[in-house]
Write a protein that binds this ligand. Structure first.
Ligand SMILES: [Zn+2]
Ligand SMILES: [Zn+2]
Length: 282
C-alpha cells in the first residue's frame, strides 16, 4: 500500500520525539485506523508513536472482547514495517486496573508481551460515581469523598508493579467536574502526594496526558503544578501522550505536555524499558 509514501514533515512541524498514548479502531471508543496516526505523525513531526488500545478484564466492560493479542500485534507490527521507522510505531496497551482484577492482569501480562504497558483507572458502574444517582451522592460527599475510591485504586495500580506507566493521573476531575465544578489540586495536595511518592518509590512512570486540554476543565492530567511536585520529590521517570481517540486528537496539547516536562528540567522520557531524549533539552 501507499501509506508509507507520505511527505516530509510540514513547515512548522512539532518536532517531538513521542506520542505514547493513542487509540485506534481496535478500541471500542475510537475510530482511527493506525495508518492515519502514522501519516499524521510523519506530517506533523512526531518521530515515534505508541498504539495503546484499551484492554479490560471485567467481562462487563466494553474492551473485554477486543483483547485478541495476536491480531493486535500483527496489525501494529505490519504497520511498523510499512512506515519503516518514520514514524517508529510501538505495540502498547492501556489496561483498565482494578485491585480485585490484579491476579488476572498479572497472569495475562506474564504470557502476553507488549513494548509498553499503561495502567489506568477508569469509571464503571461498579463505582458509586458510575451508578444512577451518582450526582446526588457526589454532591453529598464532596470531592474527597466522591474521589476516595479513585485514589485507592491508583495507589494499588502503582504498587502492583505490573505497569510501565500510570495513565492520566487525576482523570477523576473529568468525571466530577460536571457535578462539582472546578477543583484546585492544591486543595488536595495530600492525595496527590501519596501517589507521587509511590511513583518515586516504585519507578513507575508518570504520564502527562494532554487529553484534559480538550475536556471541560481544560487542564492536563496531571497539571504542571503536580509535575513540579513530582520533580521536587525526586521523580524523574516521565512520559507524554495525547490519548487520541479521533484523528484530529493526534498530538493535541502535546507541546504543552512537553513544556511541563521541560519546566522541571527532566531531559529523558521513560518509555517502557527504555529512554528517549526530550525534544527540548536533549
Ligand atoms: Zn484511559
Ligand atoms: Zn487512553
Amino acid at each position: 500500500m501507499e501509506s508509507s509514501a507520505g511527505a516530509d514533515p510540514e513547515p512548522g512541524a512539532l518536532d517531538l520525539p513521542l506520542d505514547a498514548h493513542l487509540h485506534t479502531d481496535l478500541s471500542h471508543d475510537a475510530d482511527v485506523p493506525i495508518d492515519v496516526y502514522a501519516a499524521e505523525a510523519r506530517r506533523r513531526g512526531v518521530r515515534e508513536i505508541a498504539i495503546t488500545d484499551h484492554l479490560d478484564f471485567d467481562p462487563r466492560d466494553p474492551n473485554h472482547a477486543l483483547g485478541d493479542h495476536r491480531n493486535r500485534e500483527r496489525i501494529v507490527r505490519e504497520a511498523a514495517a510499512r512506515w519503516d521507522g518514520s514514524p517508529e510505531i510501538r505495540f502498547g496497551v492501556e489496561i483498565t486496573y482494578e485491585r480485585r482484577l490484579e491476579g488476572q492482569i498479572r497472569d495475562y501480562l506474564g504470557t502476553h508481551a507488549y513494548d509498553y504497558v499503561i495502567g489506568s483507572v477508569h469509571l464503571s458502574d461498579r463505582q458509586p460515581l458510575g451508578r444512577p444517582g451518582a450526582d446526588t451522592w457526589a454532591r453529598a460527599e464532596g470531592f474527597r469523598g466522591a474521589s476516595a475510591w479513585y485514589w485507592e485504586e491508583v495507589e494499588g495500580l502503582v504498587r502492583s508493579g505490573l505497569f510501565h506507566t500510570l495513565g492520566h493521573l487525576d482523570v477523576i476531575r473529568r468525571w466530577l467536574h460536571p457535578i462539582l465544578g472546578a477543583m484546585d489540586p492544591a486543595e488536595h495536595a495530600d492525595l496527590y502526594e501519596r501517589v507521587l511518592r509511590s511513583l518515586v518509590d516504585t519507578g513507575v512512570a508518570l504520564e502527562i496526558n494532554s487529553s484534559g486540554l480538550r475536556h471541560a476543565h481544560g487542564e492536563m492530567y496531571p497539571p504542571p503544578g503536580v509535575v513540579r511536585r513530582f520533580s521536587e520529590l525526586g521523580g524523574e521517570r516521565i512520559v507524554a501522550g495525547s490519548d487520541a481517540h479521533r484523528a484530529h486528537h493526534f498530538a493535541f496539547g502535546l507541546p504543552q505536555a512537553y513544556a511541563a516536562i521541560e519546566a522541571v528540567r527532566i531531559t529523558r522520557l521513560t518509555f517502557g524499558d527504555s529512554e528517549r531524549p526530550t525534544a527540548v533539552l536533549a
